[in-house]
Design a protein. Structure first.
Lengths: 113, 116
């Protein structure tokens, strides 16, 4: 069983819609969760992190965490074609002053005009 | 602030040859990480440095891989001898020491290694 699982997609949504990206994890020792966006051939770029149950909003992005269900999601409101990328979910195990991140394989999002 | 820099961006080598990848972290970041993404798979942890010391190298695939971080600044990852299965994108990332565990990494743009 993979430690962090994501649907590979592609997830296709029309411009202006809400894109919902999901992630499940198996390690209950993971304390924080990170969403990275990666454009083709580019480096992963941190969008948001979350560590408490519930929702965390930042602009058009909302991260949701449910530790009981071991489930993390990222909602993108008013999706734009520029949001088309691969979204990576990562779980963080914090120890000794650093986070060891375990990544999912990523979900490809395609926003079409 | 300069980001994490990796060199080269691409490398094509023959099986059995040696390749050395370099990473320059963000200045002041004590934590430096190497990750690898093999085609179609998730990004996987290779190892972690705190300054010049290897903190965790549990992800290193085998003894053909050698990582160093001279003086706690830049890091190199050497693959010797390279095998076909070593092909992939090697990412370096860095972060400041954190007490909260809520800091993500800053990634470099990666080195795409192709072994033929």
């Amino acid at each position: 069983q993979k430690e962090v699982e994501q649907n590979s997609g592609p997830l296709s949504v029309p411009e202006g819609a809400i894109a919902s990206l999901n992630c499940t994890y198996s390690d209950r020792g993971s304390q924080s969760f990170f969403w990275y966006r990666q454009y083709s051939g580019k480096s992963p770029e941190l969008i948001m992190f979350i560590y408490s149950n519930g929702d965390k909003e930042d602009g058009r992005f909302t991260a949701q965490l449910n530790k009981a269900s071991q489930y993390v999601s990222l909602l993108i409101r008013d999706s734009q074609p520029s949001d088309s990328a691969t979204y990576l979910c990562a779980g963080g195990a914090f120890s000794g002053g650093y986070n060891k991140l375990i990544f999912g394989a990523g979900t490809r999002l395609a926003v079409h005009p | 602030e300069a980001g994490v820099t990796q060199f080269p961006s691409h490398s094509v080598i023959e099986k059995g040859q040696t390749v050395t990848l370099r990473c320059d972290p963000i200045s002041g970041h004590d934590n430096l990480y190497w990750y690898r993404r093999v085609m179609g798979k998730e990004i996987k942890f290779l190892l972690h440095f705190v300054k010049e010391s290897k903190q965790d190298e549990s992800g290193m695939p085998n003894n053909r891989f050698l990582a160093e971080r001279t003086g706690g600044t830049y890091s190199t990852l050497k693959v010797q001898p390279a095998e076909l299965e070593d092909s992939g994108v090697y990412f370096c990332a860095s972060s400041q020491e954190t007490v909260s565990g809520y800091d993500g990494y800053t990634f470099g743009s990666g080195t795409r290694l192709t072994v033929v």
